[in-house]
Design a protein around this ligand. Structure first.
Ligand code: BGC
Length: 257
């Protein structure tokens, strides 16, 4: 029987994280490894760090899942907002398979995090339109309709007041423009109103670093959509990447059918 313990990797703008995941439980087995994202984060440099992470993990499976901070279509990176531009057009799966010797299934990082949150976290069992937004260096999105993922939605790149949304409100924008929580909260609320007008979600789940500080900016959020924070926060990207890889190979886990 195919093992349900899969290595999940989450490539971020500052760190590359990974752990072996028990995908039946949606939990990490053993330690979460975090290595610095190389600068510049070129394909070869990132691949070398992933090979190092694989070695440190002691993983002996045949394939891994890898969440990547860009549009990933049929294994190929199609954008590079928060990673080196030389990734555009790179086949992430082929490159990483060559460096690691394993089969690699790549997907957008927010899609991976959203999948984990829908299966094991706050979105569990929810029908309707659910949107996960990750707030980090960029703004990531994962859109679900009746539990099904609509991939690569990139809602952090919607335009808001003539700005790319993630340049207007994200962790990076907060630092760059020295925003207080009031300022950040108000901007994020504008973003949520825009999202609400377009998608009328039943629930918005916030993930990524800043979601940990939700209580600091929650008082300034008055959009009518229900907004909550992710349950798995730090691990969602890793867990979702592992689950996604498994299901890409073998179909949906039985317990979720
Ligand atoms: C990228 C998305 C990614 C998000 C979070 C954005 O800049 O365009 O693909 O999901 O950052 O990493």
């Amino acid at each position: 029987m195919q093992t349900k313990n899969i290595l999940g990797i989450d490539v971020g703008a500052t760190g590359i994280k990974g752990a072996i995941v028990d995908i039946e439980k949606g939990e990490l087995i053993g330690d979460r490894i975090k290595l610095a994202t190389p600068k510049p984060a070129t394909p070869d440099a990132v691949a070398a760090v992933i090979a190092e992470l694989l070695m440190q993990s002691g993983y002996d499976g045949a394939f891994v899942g890898c969440g990547f901070p860009a549009i990933v279509s049929h294994g190929v990176a199609q954008s590079a907002a928060n990673i080196d531009k030389s990734w555009i057009g790179t086949n992430v799966e082929e490159l990483l398979a060559k460096t690691t010797g394993l089969d690699v299934i790549a997907m957008n990082d927010a899609d991976a995090a959203g999948l984990a949150e829908m299966r094991y976290g706050k979105g569990r069992g929810l029908k309707g339109t659910v949107l996960l937004i990750t707030i980090g260096s960029g703004l990531g999105s994962a859109l679900f309709t009746d539990g099904h993922l609509v991939r690569n939605t990139e809602l952090g790149h919607l335009y808001l007041h003539g700005w790319v949304a993630e340049h207007y409100v994200s962790n990076t924008a907060k630092k760059k423009y020295e925003m207080s929580w009031v300022g950040f909260g108000k901007r994020f609320d504008e973003y949520l109103h825009h999202i609400d007008r377009l998608f009328s979600p039943d629930l918005v789940i916030l993930g990524g670093g800043i979601s940990n500080d939700f209580e600091q900016f929650a008082p300034y959020i008055d959009v009518k959509t229900k907004v909550t924070t992710a349950e798995m926060f730090n691990h969602a990207g890793i867990i979702g990447a592992a689950l996604y890889a498994y299901e890409a190979k073998f179909g949906e886990l039985e317990q979720n059918r």
